[in-house]
Design a protein around this ligand. Structure first.
Ligand code: LMR
Length: 399
């Protein structure tokens, strides 16, 4: 029965994580998967998460009954406020439909399944984008096209190219937009550029589908990082937003996320929710509780919220420091090329500009693991390995 099945390639991101684990070199560096590491190269569990998780697990009033299909109500309310603002009129008017999902990918999957069934259209994704976007959209059975997001010459955002491309998009198409800390490039539109994107979306009646996986990692301010979503909401867009807490709460394997669908009124919201529930029911029936209970406590209690924001600042601060350190080391070693983009780009990743061959060499000869696109997860850099990393980059650049 299964004879005809051919070997599939490893996932471009998780495959690298596995190769790193299998490497026995003691100089190896993991710059593959976007997961935070401490300066000791260790995974990090937020202190506030540990504390609240313990409380939840020991709470005798809680049980293991199924959650509603759309998830935990407090969590969903908290997610709406974090994304759209405490006083968002859209929340008050019941225009936002929210469902808890299995992390950011779960939210994307549910969102695109909903799109396929109820508002099918072409999907425009940034070139480049996170590799899983392409797979999720394809599996949902939707056609996808690319808009030229990244300009290799400037290592920045190609605003004119994006607008030009979207101006030709078929009316009613869906546009997948990274809210902040674009993955893989670390390049975000400015506020003025977001307005231009909003303008073309209005003109072509495009439906924005925002992916928000890195709130807090771009500007360091969680409010500022969701500027695009709030601005589009203010401009009256109906849209979809996928929200993840994998990175900003470090809840990677708990799969904590949400999908929001903004409609034009409360009655439509009720109808949308009833259909969204069918999508979720057929994918995972209903979501798991513990991670969402922890996140809900943080999102609905001011003192926990403030503790989380402080801790998040420490995490994002270390990544910013590593950007500066790597740039300094490369400059000190006089590595050919301009490395200013390392400190200009934001979030988890730097799009180094290294070629796939240079990346292969970095991995094979120097045990430095990164994506072949040249994407480097800055969270894998530490004050101890940064010098070796810079020397390795120098060696491959001069090869
Ligand atoms: C990444 O891009 O490395 C992360 O978002 C992890 C993942 O799921 O790919």
């Amino acid at each position: 029965i299964f004879y005809h099945i051919v070997q599939a390639p490893p996932d471009p991101i998780f495959g690298i994580a596995n190769a790193y684990k299998a490497d026995t070199s003691n100089t190896k560096i993991d710059l593959g998967v976007g997961a935070y590491r401490t300066d000791e190269e260790k995974p990090y569990v937020f202190e506030i998460i540990k504390k609240l998780e313990k409380e939840i697990v020991n709470d005798p009033t809680l049980n293991k009954e199924y959650l509603p299909i759309e998830g935990l109500a407090d969590f969903n309310k908290g997610c709406q406020k974090l994304m759209f603002g405490q006083n968002s009129p859209l929340i008050a008017s019941g225009q936002i439909v929210t469902a808890q999902c299995l992390g950011g990918t779960g939210a994307l999957r549910v969102g695109f399944e909903f799109v396929k069934r109820h508002i099918p259209g072409d999907v425009y994704v940034s070139k480049p984008t996170w590799s899983n976007h392409n797979q999720v959209i394809e599996r949902a059975g939707l056609n996808q096209f690319e808009y030229p997001y990244y300009e290799p010459k400037t290592k920045g955002f190609n605003c004119a190219g994006t607008i030009e491309c979207l101006s030709q998009a078929r009316m009613g198409s869906i546009v997948l937009l990274h809210v902040c800390a674009h993955n893989p490039t670390g390049v975000d539109p400015t506020e003025a550029e977001w307005l231009q994107i909003a303008d073309v979306c209005k003109r072509r009646r495009l439906v924005p589908f925002f992916d928000c996986a890195y709130q807090g990692f771009a500007s360091g301010c969680i409010e500022k990082d969701v500027y695009a979503v709030r601005k589009f909401a203010e401009l009256g867009f109906q849209m979809i937003v996928a929200q993840s807490f994998s990175k900003n709460m470090g809840l990677y394997n708990e799969r904590v996320g949400a999908v929001h669908i903004v409609t034009s009124n409360k009655d439509i919201s009720a109808r949308v929710l009833s259909n969204l529930k069918i999508v979720i029911r057929t994918i995972c029936s209903n979501p798991p509780a513990i991670g969402a209970r922890v996140a809900a406590k943080i999102l609905t209690d001011e003192k926990y919220f403030n503790a989380w924001v402080e801790e998040l600042k420490t995490v994002t601060g270390r990544i910013i420091k590593m950007r500066t350190l790597l740039k300094q080391e490369l400059d000190n070693l006089k590595v050919p090329g301009n490395w200013d983009h390392i400190t200009k780009q934001t979030g988890f990743f730097t799009f180094t500009g290294l070629t796939p061959e240079q990346c292969d060499l970095l991995t094979k000869q120097y045990h430095v693991y990164l994506l072949r696109s040249g994407r480097m997860s800055m969270a894998g850099i530490t004050s101890k390995n940064v010098r070796y990393l810079a020397e390795s980059i120098k060696a491959v650049v001069q090869n």
